[in-house]
Each structure stands twice: as C-alpha cells, then as structure tokens.
Design a protein around this ligand. Structure first.
Ligand SMILES: *[C@@H]1O[C@H](CO)[C@@H](O)[C@H](O)[C@H]1NC(C)=O
Ligand SMILES: *[C@@H]1O[C@H](CO)[C@@H](O)[C@H](O)[C@H]1NC(C)=O
Ligand SMILES: *[C@@H]1O[C@H](CO)[C@@H](O)[C@H](O)[C@H]1NC(C)=O
Ligand SMILES: *[C@@H]1O[C@H](CO)[C@@H](O)[C@H](O)[C@H]1NC(C)=O
Ligand SMILES: *[C@@H]1O[C@H](CO)[C@@H](O)[C@H](O)[C@H]1NC(C)=O
Ligand SMILES: *[C@@H]1O[C@H](CO)[C@@H](O)[C@H](O)[C@H]1NC(C)=O
Ligand SMILES: *[C@@H]1O[C@H](CO)[C@@H](O)[C@H](O)[C@H]1NC(C)=O
Length: 809
C-alpha cells in the first residue's frame, strides 16, 4: 500500500513547491532546494544534481524514490563533464531566449545557444523531455533535451543521426566514459569503444557482415525509437521488444558504463529497476573491458573477471581497465623464447596477418621471427578441417570460454617458469577505493593579480582510480549494505519506499516471525515462515538447514543471488548470518505457490498461459542474461510463486549452490543428483553434462501439468470405452494423443478450468512444452526460444482479440 501512497504524498508535497514553468528572465539556483522542476505527471524532476562534494550538474531524473536524492536515476545531464559550484551557480532563461548555466563566477559553463524574438518558456514534459518553447499557443520548440541525450534514451525519445549516447565513467561518476552508441556512415547503429590507447567497434559483432547481423544499410533516415510498450525499432532494421513488452511502465534504455546497452523497467517508483533487454549477452566480448594483456572470464562472485596472462602483471591494482604489462623484456631472439599453451581463448584483432592452413610449427616459427609478436591464436576451422594461424602483435580482448575452438600460444622467455593455472590464479581487485565516496571539490579562489575569479578542480580522496569497472557488484553491494544499515523506521517515511538488500539480525527476524511460528512452506533447503518486518513489509523468511559455512562465503553466494533482479523472480530483501543461523528474507507472495493453486478456480486459461509465459521470462533472464552457472536445477510448481494478481515469480534460484558447497563450482561435476522426481531431466540419471537444458526440461513438465491437470509422477490410465487400455507416463500419453487425432489439444486440456481459450494458442503452448521434455537435451529449445514462441503467439492472439472487438463496436 505504501508503494502506491508514497509517490502520491511526495508529488503532492513537491508540486506545491516545485517550478512547473520557468519564464524568461528567471532562474533556478543551486542553493535553493525548492528550485526543482517537476513534470506534470510527477515522474520526472529537473534541477541541480550533486555529482560530487560541492559539484553540481543540471540534470533530469526520475522523481522516485525521492526528488531530492543524490543518487537518483539520472536520465539527462547538461554539463556532465563540467560540474558547477554549489554556491552561486544558476540556470537562467535569458531575455534573448538563451538558456544558460552559469557557474559562480558568472562564466557560461553550458548553454543552448538559442535566440528568439518572441517570448519563450522552459518546462519539463511528461516524457522527461526538457523543452524550450515559444510561449504563444502552438509556438515552436526551440530546443529540447531529447535532441541531446547523454547516456539514456527514454520511451518516445527519437534517436537521430545527430545524436549519440556516451556511457558514464562508472556507476557513481556520471562524466563521459569510453563507450559510444551511434549511427555510423553506413546507417547502422553501433557500439564503439574509444579508449585512450585503442578504439574499436564491437556491436554488432565486428566479424559479421551487416546483413548477417540482421541489419540493413539501405535506409538512410537514421532514426530509432522505443515506444512506451517496450518496442524498439530502428531504420537499420534493428528491432526488439523487451521481455515485459506490452505494459506501460517506466522504462529507460541506457548505454551502461560497462559498454552494454540495457533496457531497464519498473512498474512504479517503489520498485527496483530490472533489466528487460541487453545488447551483449556475454560481457567479455565488449572491447576494453579488461585492458591489454589480460584475460576476461566469467566468475561467480563478479559478473566478469579479468586476470593477467602468465608473465604479465597489473599496471594498476585498483582498476582492471589499465590491463597488464610484461614482467620480461621484448623477445627477439628465437632461442630465448618458448610458447605457453592456454586452451579456448579468443583474442579479437591486432594480428599481423591471417594464415590459413598452417601447421602449429609453421605458425610458431612465424611468430618467433617477429620481434613484436606476443603470441599466436591457433584456430581450428571445422568446415575445412584445417587450422588458421593469427600471430598477435597485441594481446587485447582476450576472452576465455569453453565454447571457442581456438587456443592461445603465448610467447614467453625460454628460461622462465610462468605457467597457466586456470581459475586458481585469482586476482582480487582492491575495492577499497571504490567503496569510499569520491569527493570532487569545487573550490574557488580570488586571484589578486586580476579581477577574474579562477576555479580549481581538485579531487580529494586522491585515489586516482576512476572506478570504471565497478560493476563488480560485491564492492557496490558492500557499500550499499553498509549504507542501508539504518534504513527503516528511523529514517523517515520516504526511505520505506527504497527496498534495499540488507543484513538482518537474528533477533529481528525472530521478532518478525513471532518466534518462527507461522510456517508457510518447507523444502529441501529449509523451512519458510511468514513474518512482518519492522517497516511493516510482509516477508517470507527461510531458515536454511545444514548451515556450516563461514559468513563471508555465505554473503558472497547470497549476494550473487540477490543481484538477480527481474519481475518474474522472487526478490531477495536480505539475509542473516549469525553464529550457526543462516536465514534468507524474501518478498511474500499472497497467493502461495503454483502447486497450491493447481486446482484453484482462480486459475483460468488466461492466467495459466500467463504463468507459463512469466515463468519462461524469469528462467530466460537467468539463463541468458546472467551467468551460465546459475541454473535453477529444481523448477517445480512448489517453486513458482504467485503474487496477488497471480503473476508468477520463480523462487529458490541458485539455492542448489548454497545447499551443497562442497561440490566444485562447475555444474558438470555435480556429485549428487538434485531436483525432484518427475521434474528431473534424464541427464541427471545418465550422468551427462548438466546444462541449462535441465531447467528447460523441468519447465516443460510444469507447463504440461498445469494445462493437462495430470501429474508427472503418476501414470495416466488410458481408457477405451471404459476399458483400461494401458498405463502411460504423462509425456508418453501426450505424445500418443498428438500423433493420433486432429483437435487433440482440446482432448488433453484439463477439464473444468474456467475461461475460454484459443485453441491455437494452447496448441502452441503444449507443443513447445513437449519439445522441452525431449529426452535428448540437444533437441530441447533454449529458454529464450521458448519465450520467443510464447510471446509471439500471445501477441498474435491478443491482436486478434482486440481487432475482433473493434469490428463489433
Ligand atoms: C542514496 O544516497 C543516500 C545518501 O547520499 C544514501 O543514504 C542512500 O542509501 C542512497 N540510496 C541508494 C539507493 O543508493
Ligand atoms: C514495433 O514497432 C515497429 C515500427 O513501429 C512495427 O513495425 C512492429 O510491428 C512493432 N512490433 C511489435 C511487436 O509490435
Ligand atoms: C526508413 O526507416 C524509417 C523509420 O523506420 C521509415 O519510416 C521509412 O519508411 C524507411 N524508408 C524506407 C525507404 O524504407
Ligand atoms: C568469492 O568471494 C569470497 C570472498 O569475497 C571468497 O572467499 C570466495 O573464495 C570467492 N569464491 C570463488 C569461487 O572464488
Ligand atoms: C593444407 O596444406 C597441406 C600441405 O601443405 C595440403 O596437403 C592440404 O591439401 C591443404 N589443405 C587445404 C584444405 O588447403
Ligand atoms: C633468462 O634469460 C635472460 C637473457 O638470457 C636473462 O636476462 C634472465 O636473467 C634469465 N632469467 C632467469 C630467471 O634465469
Ligand atoms: C569522474 O571521472 C572523470 C574522468 O575520469 C574524472 O576526471 C573525475 O575526477 C571523476 N569524478 C569524480 C567525482 O570522481
């Protein structure tokens, strides 16, 4: 309830104080906290935004959770690279029609450079656009912030040939970073890394021809726009819909500081942003993410990990993007060099040539002859059965994953003992610099020689690092938990709206659950109790069994789960690790689990389909957008929870990892079968490699149970004229039916379910679910393919339905 009321209260409070329209001759002052602009719908605020100590930029941001906050979601900035002083700075709408941002010394830091003879006004419209327009009715727009985006594109904001998005330096530092999103001269939308030493395009994949990437160079209008429903389309034929396409909610498309484009959405200001689309599923293929001579790989604790190649050492211990430097001098003498083999490494670019059909010996000889050859990439070309040799002059964009058919032979001094230890050579980044707040001090001193006021910029904290890679959630997370310690009752009502991940004390949770009295669920991991937190949020508190690991390990694991953030995944609010107690705190779901609702009258056909769709979304998010090792491994109706509107959220993600830490971390070497009988893929029994397809299998079974009403663990008795014919498993029975008749779908559907269904839609659902339960995992679709199929038919029929209605009326 608070989530609904708070924004209202806030906006009422604010709108009475905020500036709706800035008239000619007036200005907004950095010192007056009431000098903020508010859009009529109260979703956006505009004003001076603190980017450091005593350093401000004029910005537009989402008003929630709090219009006055320092760390709001900023969508636009006028002067991101030249912050102004916290005293005396002003944004003024001059009488000649120019909008100017003046620093304390009256110097123009930024201006729109506009001139108008008629009277003009400035306002912030409902879409988040800051507009300078002639006051008279039907007056023309002279300038608008939508034409000059920083790193964010809002729905309905048209991205044109003149615009570009530039990433920010880091999560906390909003100044211009190294990544750019733009239309190139071939009319294609691209991502560019433009670093201090090298630059390169990395999206769409640079080795793909534009038409192979699904783009077209023919339309030179160069416009792109995302609509309010989450449909992005561009004149180069790039188009996508977000995973929550179809609802009008708050969205933003951002070029993040890690070089990835992501679309974030949330239903209202009280919610956290969740990622609903991203350009690069594998962050290691983003150029410049690790710097030279270092190897990018995926890591459990952070999303990506950079490590120096053997024989190399870090240039800057605080920042991975500086890369590594050799510990040896240049190798020019053949006899003083050797090669170190590292399997499955892809290095993009910087080779002296591409040599096809080379033997390894030929390839190595070639590299030895070149003084500046740092190593070779040796790639098997499966189509031709030959090997291709790439002698590398620079070792950049190195990326290690088992899926590459390429190996790296690194050139090293012959008498050295460097070796490659794989994942054991961990380098933990010193996070201390990023957890401290950077202070940017804007002091000004009067010069005695002349009357001009001079400004000096200096950065206290002196920690040189510019935090480019602080996506590493651990660091971020530690800061946040530290900051959030006192959130709740004593922090004023606004802070209630900010749901943050935090640490709870055992006594607090004991009190919240009234001594663990009301049990609402029980699973392999532990028992779940209902509780009410101090801030009145209703929570589900899970007490884990077998808690024998240290607090730090537990925290590391939990945070990797807490980082999963999607509207179809249960949100984790926090955890408790005290003595031998290990507890997890989740949001509470009013309608319990799908298992409890299987027979419920509430679940009509529309809801059943939407549950299948939402569950697919949640799973696809984790499989596709997060990291490969996060499998659920126990998808079943008990783990799919339903909120008050019967929207599904998948629970217990990643807990299989928490439960059994003694295993090595790779899922290919599970020592024990996980999951629940009936929902388990055959790979478990056959002892095959475990991939995300195990979740696909379980998902298929859940969907089939939900639509047929039959159980996966009990046999189906097929009757012919009342005579028992045979006992079949549910899947066997369905395949039998599918073979036999047309109109088979209506025969297999669960009887007595309310509501009407479109036969084709149900058939598509059953078909895709049957594909999911194929014995051979290669034949099963991936979760994102499932999602695509379901989304397609959901849209198609929704469209049909609405067009029928319009015909009738
Ligand atoms: C925002 O910043 C304030 C103080 O600057 C801090 O208390 C709060 O926890 C921060 N909120 C988030 C979401 O980081
Ligand atoms: C998205 O928008 C484009 C252009 O307006 C349109 O052609 C396309 O059909 C839309 N896609 C969906 C799924 O609505
Ligand atoms: C080029 O793209 C724009 C926007 O997508 C579209 O309106 C226009 O019709 C296209 N032009 C041609 C010649 O296809
Ligand atoms: C994850 O981080 C924690 C501490 O931050 C560390 O103890 C643990 O070994 C790390 N896990 C792996 C698999 O590296
Ligand atoms: C590769 O080279 C070997 C020897 O030089 C030659 O016999 C073979 O036909 C070549 N293969 C291809 C596919 O060109
Ligand atoms: C390896 O050989 C180089 C050149 O011969 C020499 O400078 C260096 O000290 C040697 N290093 C070791 C560890 O022996
Ligand atoms: C933000 O990054 C820029 C560019 O690296 C740097 O000059 C500036 O000092 C940083 N600002 C803060 C507040 O750390």
């Amino acid at each position: 309830m608070w989530f609904i009321l708070l924004p209202l209260i806030m906006s009422l409070q604010l709108s009475s104080l905020a500036v709706q329209i800035l008239h000619q001759g007036s200005s907004l002052s950095v010192e007056d906290p009431n000098d903020v602009m508010l859009s009529p719908n109260a979703i956006f605020c505009g004003g001076f935004y603190a980017v450091g100590q005593n350093a401000y930029s004029f910005a537009v941001w989402f008003s929630q959770p709090n219009c006055q906050t320092r760390n709001a979601t900023v969508v636009w900035m006028a002067n991101r690279d030249y912050p102004v002083n916290g005293k005396g700075s002003k944004l003024s709408l001059l009488n000649n029609g120019n909008l100017a941002l003046k620093d304390a010394d009256e110097s123009h830091v930024w201006s729109t450079n506009t001139v108008s003879l008629s009277s003009v006004q400035l306002f912030l419209d409902d879409t988040g656009n800051l507009v300078l327009r002639e006051t008279k009715a039907g007056g023309v727009v002279i300038w608008q912030s939508f034409d000059f985006p920083t790193d964010t594109l809002l729905p309905q904001q048209v991205f044109t040939r003149n615009a570009k998005l530039v990433s920010s330096t880091s999560e906390t530092n909003k100044s211009s970073g190294f990544y750019t999103f733009f239309f190139d001269n071939d009319n294609i939308l691209r991502l560019l890394y433009d670093g201090p030493e090298v630059s390169g395009l990395y999206w769409p994949d640079p080795w793909l021809a534009t038409w192979d990437a699904g783009r077209s160079t023919f339309n030179n209008s160069r416009v792109a726009v995302m609509d309010t429903l989450g449909n992005f389309s561009s004149s180069d034929d790039l188009s996508f819909v977000t995973s929550d396409f179809g609802t009008v909610i708050q969205r933003r498309l951002v070029l993040d500081h890690d070089g990835n484009i992501r679309v974030y959405s949330r239903r209202h200001g009280g919610e956290k942003w969740s990622t609903t689309w991203q350009a690069k599923a594998r962050p290691c293929s983003i150029h410049g993410i690790c710097g030279p001579n270092s190897l990018c790989s995926y890591h459990q604790n952070y999303s990506v990990k950079c490590s120096c190649l053997p024989g190399y050492q870090w240039r800057n211990d605080h920042d991975w993007s500086y890369g590594c430097e050799p510990k040896f001098s240049t190798l020019c003498n053949k006899d003083e060099s050797r090669f170190l083999y590292i399997s499955n490494v892809e290095l993009y670019g910087y080779e002296s040539g591409i040599m096809t059909n080379y033997t390894l010996r030929q390839c190595q000889d070639l590299c030895l002859q070149l003084c500046n050859c740092k190593g070779i990439q040796y790639t098997y070309v499966s189509g031709r059965g030959t090997y291709t040799c790439y002698p590398k002059l620079q070792l950049r964009n190195a990326y290690r994953t088992p899926y590459f058919n390429a190996d790296l032979y690194l050139k090293l001094p012959a008498n050295s003992s460097y070796s490659f230890e794989g994942s054991t050579d961990d380098h933990s980044l010193d996070c201390s610099s990023s957890s401290r707040t950077m202070q940017l001090e804007r002091a000004y001193v009067m010069s005695h020689e002349n009357r001009y006021v001079k400004f000096l910029l200096w950065f206290v904290g002196g920690v040189g690092a510019f935090e480019v890679l602080c996506i590493f959630v651990i660091c971020f997370f530690v800061v946040r938990t530290r900051e959030r310690k006192y959130s709740g009752v004593d922090r004023g009502v606004y802070h209630l709206a900010m749901t943050g991940f935090r640490k709870f004390s055992y006594s607090e949770l004991k009190q919240a659950t009234k001594g663990f009295r009301e049990e609402i669920g029980r699973g392999a991991g532990g028992v779940v109790f209902k509780g009410v937190l101090l801030d009145q949020r209703v929570a589900a508190v899970k007490r884990l069994k077998d808690a024998n690991e240290g607090e730090e390990d537990f925290l590391a694991e939990v945070s990797s789960i807490g980082r999963l953030n999607h509207m179809n995944l249960i949100e984790m609010w926090g955890y408790c690790a005290e003595g031998k107690h290990r507890l997890l705190v989740y949001e509470y779901m009013e309608n319990g689990s799908l298992a409890q609702n299987m027979e419920s009258d509430e679940l009509d056909w529309t809801k059943r389909f939407d549950i299948a769709l939402g569950t697919a979304r949640g799973l696809a998010y984790v499989h596709g957008e997060c990291l490969e090792w996060i499998l659920h491994c126990d998808v079943k109706p008990q783990n799919i929870l339903l909120d008050s509107n019967y929207h599904p959220k998948v629970a217990d993600f990643g807990l299989s990892k928490l439960r059994n830490r003694n295993d090595t971390s790779t899922y290919s070497s599970f020592s024990r079968i996980r999951g629940t009988r009936g929902y388990m893929a055959p790979e478990w029994v056959l002892n095959q490699r475990i991939t995300s397809k195990v979740d696909v299998y379980s998902y298929g079974i859940v969907v089939l149970e939900m639509v047929t009403g039959k159980s996966a663990t009990k046999d189906v008795v097929d009757r012919d004229n009342g005579v028992e014919k045979q006992h079949l498993s549910m899947v066997g029975w369905l395949k039998d039916k599918k073979k036999s008749e047309c109109g088979w779908v209506s025969e297999v559907l669960k009887p007595n379910v309310k509501g009407v269904y479109e036969e084709e839609k149900m058939e598509a659902l059953v078909r895709v679910a049957l594909q999911c339960v194929e014995e051979e995992k290669e034949k099963r679709p991936t979760m994102s393919q499932v999602l695509e199929t379901l989304q397609k038919c959901s849209r198609q029929y929704d469209y049909l339905r609405s067009s029928q209605i319009s015909v009738v009326s």
